[in-house]
Design a protein around this ligand. Structure first.
Ligand code: SF4
Length: 506
């Protein structure tokens, strides 16, 4: 039996809820009475409620995020129907900012902001007094010097099987309007010696996969170099992930990043747009020559795995402009390019563009843009599919040699856009396309639409597929199968359906 249950729905089993561990670590004398229960978004919500209620808690603290807001709403409703005496407390980014577009009205208390101290105070009030709590608590940013670090609450099982998130600082001094981190301008660091001790303890416990959630790892170069030195001094295999801004790679950082072994370092680099006017319109800094110079350095002189991102649907940006961004970015780096749709998060100032730019967003999570003055709904839908096929074909790394044949003369956006439209006409879906089928579709497109040489394309696809040891070639590429000798376009589901309808009509 536990008086306090801390819970959430993670996006995947491998993800761990760092926020809940922070709450638990800072519960002081209430900690022995508290229990952490993590679920995954595809957990049946009633079963999650059953597991929580089996602890017979007095207080249930739930973290709400953009990916689990609906599950959290349902969970709150079930708990309050079955056990109305339980205090249900919500926190997390999705609960922290108004308006709530998912109805959290059944929760007893909503903590807005950083919850570690506020949740402790609330628990103390609820367990020791009869004073009713405020419905909404506005929590101030916590003091990073007195905050108790949460890493002891990674279990041995977490360490062996899941990702361990770590955090050296909170906040971001920049003002990108779409981003919640822009609200927390004052960057606050965990005292570095304390944090390095925590990393060392995690290392000794066997953690080898560290994901930093700091929004701008390369903001303080003094801190960043100490952290890189920590990892460079270690032997054996490990993997570290940092989010960085692209403009800021002084020599001290470059030199260290260049010393990381292959497959040990990943840098997530936010680009979002390469158009200075669009960047200015959303208060985002942009220094293209610096970005080009740093990407070239990272690509040519380091083994770091790079991951850059672009956003579709920014206020004032049409698809021609987005296309130029993609063409330019792909010419600068051949790393993974994540294409995401703009999301309007409560609490950000993005809504100031709504009227002037004709911005229309979905009212349900993840609140993606549906259309803008410059990108009508149908074109936005096409871009969603573009992004999905881009992930399957380009970002997956499964077609490293073949994918660049989908465009000519550096016109990545135009070439891949034509492919994306064609493949969707064949599949009528962007999901559940096996690697074999995808290979066949790419092959068919390159032969029939791009008029490439059949044996040349086969050779490229064979090289790509067999780059991963243990893979079997798709049937059409194997020797002595009917598919290997005769090129024929397989009927698409649309064609099949049409044929069926025609047959029925006859
Ligand atoms: S997008 Fe990145 S740089 Fe901009 S405010 Fe957010 S965290 Fe900071």
């Amino acid at each position: 039996m536990h008086d306090i249950v801390l819970t959430t729905f993670n996006a995947r089993y491998a993800h761990t809820a760092l926020g809940l561990r922070y709450l638990l670590a800072n519960l002081k004398e209430w900690q022995p009475k508290a229990r952490l229960l993590e679920f995954v978004i595809n957990t049946n919500v009633a079963e999650a409620a059953e597991a929580i209620l089996a602890c017979n808690p007095k207080i249930v603290g739930i973290s709400a995020y953009i990916w689990n807001a609906n599950e959290v709403r349902e969970l709150v409703e079930i708990i309050k129907k079955i056990a109305p005496q339980i205090w249900v407390v919500l926190g997390g980014p999705e609960a922290s900012h108004l308006p709530h577009r998912v109805d959290f009205g059944k929760a007893d208390v909503i903590i807005q902001g950083e919850g570690e101290v506020a949740f402790y105070n609330l628990v103390t009030q609820l367990l020791t007094t009869s004073e009713p709590p405020q419905h909404r608590i506005s929590a101030s940013p916590v003091d990073m010097k007195t905050l108790i670090l949460p890493y002891a609450f990674y279990t041995d099982h977490d360490i062996a099987h899941r990702t361990c998130y770590v955090e050296a600082s909170r906040g971001c001094p920049f003002s990108c309007e779409f981003c919640l981190s822009s609200l927390d301008k004052k960057v606050r660091e965990i005292p570095l010696p304390l944090f390095l001790d925590a990393l060392e303890t995690l290392w000794k416990r066997g953690v080898r996969n560290f994901k930093f959630i700091d929004r701008t790892f390369n903001l303080s170069i003094a801190t960043a170099t100490r952290l890189l030195d920590f990892f460079l001094a270690k032997e054996g295999e490990y993997f570290v992930h940092f989010e960085v801004i692209p403009e800021r790679f002084p020599e001290a950082l470059k030199e260290r990043i260049a010393r990381f072994a292959p497959a040990s370092l990943q840098l997530e680099i936010g680009i979002q747009t390469l158009n200075p006017d669009i960047a200015k319109g959303i208060h985002r800094k942009l220094n293209i020559p610096k970005i080009a110079q740093n990407l070239a350095f990272l690509q040519e002189h380091t083994h770091a795995h790079l991951h850059v991102d672009l956003i579709v649907g920014l206020p004032g940006e049409d698809l021609g402009n987005f296309g130029r961004n993609l063409d330019m970015l792909q010419s600068l780096t051949q790393c993974e390019i994540q294409i995401g749709m703009l999301k309007k998060l409560s609490g950000t100032t993005l809504s100031r563009h709504d009227e002037e730019q004709g911005m229309v967003y979905a009212d349900t999570p993840p609140y993606e843009v549906l259309q803008t003055q410059d990108v009508p709904f149908a074109a936005m839908q096409r871009m969603k599919r573009f992004a999905r096929f881009w992930d399957l074909v380009y970002n997956s790394g499964n077609f490293k040699k073949t994918a660049p044949k989908l465009w000519r003369n550096g016109k990545v956006y135009a070439g891949f856009g034509a492919f994306s439209g064609w493949i969707y006409s064949q599949t009528e879906s962007t999901w559940q396309i096996s690697l074999d089928r995808l290979s066949w579709l790419i092959f068919t497109y390159l032969i029939t639409q791009m008029h490439e040489d059949e044996s040349f394309v086969k050779g490229l696809i064979i090289e790509d597929i067999m780059a991963v040891p243990g893979r079997k070639l798709p049937k059409f590429l194997r020797e002595n199968t009917p598919e290997s000798n005769v090129f024929k376009t397989q009927p698409s589901p649309a064609n099949k359906r049409q044929r069926k309808h025609t047959a029925q009509a006859q």
